[in-house]
Design a protein around this ligand. Structure first.
Ligand code: IVH
Length: 766
């Protein structure tokens, strides 16, 4: 019995781990790369499943879980800005019934007779604008809700956003944070994309991506032409305010009156909001808006209903991610028809072969779509689609649509069923299920199937792996499947830490769709190609001596800058620098980077904490491994099996030879780490944000070396939190739980002298 529930728990842990990993990756793509890997509906379904598992297995709860956080992350491209007041997200409902039930509940909680303010949910990018004595002093994106990115410089080019508030008789508060949505109006988006295509650039997938991409550009390093283009784009952006952040005492009672006040100061407000006296009126607004959805000046993905009264906002409060006084109703996805031209298969990191639909290009949510994943052959069968069918696609305000099924009336006579290919489309190996009874087919050529190597290398660079910003989708493809050579810099990941700049510079690569591996196309039908590691420069012919001549001499010799030379791009150096740093990252990250099946961040942390080194893990038996809390037999077996394979060991050996450190300094060897005697014996400490004088790993190592347990998330069991600038949800959680918070100096005192040394500081925190 005990065993049965243990393995259930382990399976749930593995699933939770995978869901969190996926959600984090999708969110990163969405917020940082202005790309979308899955449909909104798939994202929402993954969140629902994660919520269900967390409530069934409360031990798997974690404050860092996406179910408790706002979703975004501030990139490192812009300076971090701590919002004066947190920027929350909104909870969603997806049906009229759910909406009605939510409104009724909120009405009751607020004492009845609530006045509602209904608005359009603009598909754009949230912005926080700080005005001090009427002057715009800062503009920031939402980021993780606590810390956003400073985009003040770029905002200056958006004409719709006033730099100074107008006086309309009402005094400005000393400081006010105004919240709003930056977006491209449909018409401006159309013009922008026409311009992009004219100037030889790729068109934007949808207005949201375009808005985010435009706002989050750096002027630095741009040629004057590119800079002008960037500013032109910015100038076309619009903004509507939809709330306030920090404001000492607003002089009015209702959010609708706040909008009037803000409009009086010259801030743009939406002409489409409406005050509703009852739940019935809100529902009516939702229906009417849905019918007129295509008529508005901007794209919308739903309606937001807010309690109008500001005192009730205070009273109802908020969860860690969303207010309890507002709700977003998302419209059901729209559907379009197109022809299913073919079903092909793509190969993922683990060799899993996934069928996908190739369709006649069709406009969906502002973008032209040609591919959609079909998951596996069972799903293809269940959907009942044949090649040649007209199919129904779901439009969910996304880039990547979902095939729902065939339009049977339109089925042509020669429509044919999809058959799973017998061979891997990327390496030709015979496909087979991993074990009997598996639905999924896999390519068994894990070592050298280029699609699998590419997937693994990308995984190594991901946030859950070694978190190497310069090692993303395109770079991983460039290193493993460049166009320009049959001899890629990486045949497997074994050579990752031996790369040098000369190998990188010449690379030319075709950009591929992450899911399908199909080349991305330019508007003119040619494949999108990049040279990520070099920049071209016009110069004088080499050896001509032109550099030493005067202008007149050069003229006389007929020398012009007509020779194209290449030099390494910043990206190339950045990749090498980041790889160098990655060599001494935390052990758990290196374990994740080995791409061992079932070893995600949670299992890797458990293994790293207990064993302290890869050598110790290698010396352990399946029984010893599975005895570790959070590991269990499935993971243990997978680790032992992985370590038996020669080419896997070659990865470990070559990485080690290149200086990769597969151990945690100061770790006492297998066993409970709190056995070390030191000032922090028996204490659990969480380090978060940038602690001056410590790297992230350094802080953890210091905690372990002082005998403490370095935990990744804050809970009631946490004794201290060391927090520096950029600390996010962990800091707020510590404050909520009343856990003493230390800055870098306090942290140093704690490490040297234990809790007594900081007793006076912790007292001050209260
Ligand atoms: S109010 C505290 N109103 O939707 C709640 N948000 O999915 C603040 N959004 O982060 C949000 N239109 O960026 C509000 N009329 C509207 C909105 C709106 C779009 C965005 C906003 C928010 C996101 C949540």
């Amino acid at each position: 019995m005990a065993n049965q529930s243990d393995s259930e728990f382990e399976a749930a842990r593995a699933e939770v781990d995978e869901l969190r990993e996926n959600i984090a990756r999708w969110a990163d793509a969405y917020y940082l790369q202005d790309a979308q890997e899955v449909t909104d509906a798939e994202y929402d379904a993954a969140m629902e499943r994660l919520r269900a598992l967390e409530s069934e297995f409360p031990e798997l709860e974690s404050q860092d879980s996406p179910t408790h956080t706002v979703g975004g992350r501030a990139s490192t491209l812009f300076a971090p800005v701590v919002h004066r007041e947190r920027m929350l997200s909104l909870d969603n409902v997806f049906s009229a019934e759910e909406l009605e039930a939510w409104l009724e509940r909120a009405d009751e909680a607020a004492g009845g007779n609530v006045r509602w303010l209904t608005e359009l949910k603009i598909d754009g990018l949230a912005i926080s604008l700080t005005y001090e004595r009427g002057r715009l002093t800062r503009a920031a994106t939402r980021g993780d809700g606590r810390t956003g990115e400073d985009v003040t410089e770029n905002i200056a080019y958006i004409g719709a956003i006033p730099q100074r508030l107008e006086r309309d008789g009402h005094d400005f508060p000393e400081v006010v944070e105004v919240r709003g949505e930056v977006f491209f109006a449909v018409e401006d988006f159309r013009r922008l994309n026409a311009l992009q295509v004219d100037s030889g650039e790729a068109a934007f997938a949808n207005p949201r991506n375009a808005a985010s991409g435009s706002l989050r550009q750096k002027a630095e390093g741009k040629t004057p032409e590119k800079l002008a283009l960037m500013r032109d784009r910015l100038s076309r952006l619009s903004m509507y305010v939809h709330g306030i952040g920090a404001w000492q005492t607003p002089p009015v009672e209702n959010q609708s009156e706040i909008y009037e006040l803000l409009a009086g100061w010259g801030l743009p407000t939406s002409p489409h909001s409406k005050v509703c006296a009852s739940v019935a009126e809100v529902l009516e607004f939702v229906v009417e808006t849905g019918e007129r959805r295509a008529e508005f000046e901007h794209e919308l993905d739903g309606v937001v209903a807010k309690v109008d009264n500001l005192d009730l906002h205070e009273e109802l409060g908020a969860t860690s991610r969303a207010p309890r006084w507002a709700i977003a109703y998302k419209y059901p996805p729209e559907q379009v028809h197109t022809e299913l031209l073919d079903i092909r298969v793509g190969v993922g990191r683990t060799g899993r072969v996934t069928p996908y639909a190739v369709m006649r290009p069709v406009k969906v949510a502002g973008s032209t779509v040609s591919f959609a994943t079909l998951h596996n052959q069972e799903i293809v069968r269940a959907k009942g689609v044949l090649i040649g069918d007209t199919v129904v696609l779901r439009k969910a305000g996304d880039v990547i649509p979902e095939v729902l099924g065939p339009v049977l009336e339109l089925r042509p006579e020669d429509a044919r069923a999809f058959e799973m290919p017998a061979e891997c489309p990327e390496c030709g190996a015979a496909l087979r299920p991993m074990k009997e009874g598996d639905i999924d087919l896999r390519c068994p050529n894990a070592e050298s199937c280029p699609a699998q190597v590419r997937g693994r290398v990308e995984h190594i660079g991901s946030r859950q792996g070694l978190d190497i910003e310069a090692l993303g989708e395109v770079t991983a493809a460039a290193l493993t499947q460049p166009d320009s050579t049959d001899d890629p810099p990486l045949r497997t990941e074994a050579g990752l830490f031996d790369l040098d700049i000369d190998r990188l510079v010449p690379i030319l690569v075709t950009v591929r769709d992450a899911e399908t591996g199909e080349p991305r196309m330019n508007e003119d039908g040619s494949p999108v190609r990049r040279t990520p590691f070099r920049v071209a420069e016009k110069t004088y012919p080499p050896g001509s001596g032109a550099e030493e001549m005067t202008l007149a001499e050069r003229r006389a010799a007929g020398l012009r800058k007509d020779y194209l030379a290449y030099r390494p791009s910043k990206q190339a150096q950045k990749l090498l620098d980041e790889l160098e740093k990655a060599k001494t990252k935390e052990l758990w990250r290196l374990l994740v980077s080995l791409n061992i099946r079932h070893v995600g961040p949670v299992a890797a942390r458990a293994l790293a904490d207990w064993f302290g080194s890869l050598d110790a893990i290698r010396a352990a038996s399946v029984e010893e491994l599975s005895a570790v809390e959070g590991v269990g037999p499935i993971i243990a077996e997978s680790v032992v099996e992985w370590l038996k394979v020669d080419w896997h060991l070659e990865i470990v050996d070559r990485w080690t030879a290149a200086g990769v450190r597969f151990s945690t300094p100061g770790h006492p060897g297998p066993g409970k780490t709190d056995d070390i005697e030191g000032p922090l014996s028996g204490l659990t400490v969480v380090a978060t944000g940038t602690l001056e004088g410590f790297t992230r790993e350094g802080a953890k190592e210091a905690i372990i070396a002082a005998g403490g347990k370095a935990a990744g998330s804050v809970s009631k069991k946490t004794d201290f939190v060391a927090a520096g600038p950029g600390a996010g949800s962990k800091l707020s959680k510590a404050e909520d739980l009343g856990i003493p918070v230390l800055d870098a100096d306090g942290f140093r005192l704690l490490l040297e002298g234990g809790p007594e040394a900081v007793a006076h500081l912790a007292g001050e925190e209260d």
